[in-house]
Design a protein around this ligand. Sequence first.
Ligand SMILES: C[S@@+](CC[C@H](N)C(=O)[O-])C[C@H]1O[C@@H](n2cnc3c(N)ncnc32)[C@H](O)[C@@H]1O
Length: 232
Amino acid sequence: MRAAYDEIADWYETEFLPSTRPGDPLGIRRAITEHLGPGSGRCLEIACGTGVHAAQVRELGWTPFGADLSAGMLGHAAGRLPIVRADASRLPYADASFDAAITVVAHTDMPAYPAVLREARRVLRPGGRFVHIGVHPAFCGGFADRADPAAVVIRPGYLDGHWTKNSWTSHGVRDKVGASHWPLPELLNAFLAAGLVFEGFSEGGAPVPTILSIRTSAASRQCPSAPASGPR
Ligand SMILES: C[S@@+](CC[C@H](N)C(=O)[O-])C[C@H]1O[C@@H](n2cnc3c(N)ncnc32)[C@H](O)[C@@H]1O
């Protein structure tokens, strides 16, 4: 099976990433530092792509691992971090086998993102940190025309979660592989349903944010409906 990103992996690595990185205009490096932060132990990047964030994760003290669906993207990631080719909604890892997990600009590529969040929670040890860094649901999508960065135009479409290739630019990812969209409450509710506990938020990109970052931790595995323990 060929993954959508197989077709654009070389373009993503050699043209797209270099055009988005100098000066960290979207605040992605800043968000990784702020929300993942320094630590130690195993950190899984879900949908790691070409492994572009592995060096920063390592600099913060973590041992990075990566999972992605696209063999083409992983071809660039090999050598940057240990990788597996896998669907993020069925990760090939044991329960509680990671101390932290991140996903960066990838939730819109995964129509089954609520299932991915459940998998993130499953592979994290209780209390382990999960950091979502994703395109901003309010200001990015097929409904948002960002041709003029100072005056982003929001057209009807935000309220309808959908997948589209519509894009204001022909130099981005959405026009090539398409992207899903979740209105903000739907996205946040999926974290709650997965048992992820909100710990912090930030936005990146100016003057109209492009990135919304969400820091969470994995709730303990105790079933909320289990009878209370103790003397009867
Ligand atoms: C925009 S790229 C982001 C890659 C990397 N995180 C980065 O910041 O450059 C989105 C990635 O999601 C991956 N992806 C899409 N659907 C996936 C799935 N179901 N499971 C795992 N990875 C998936 C794609 O192959 C692609 O590498």
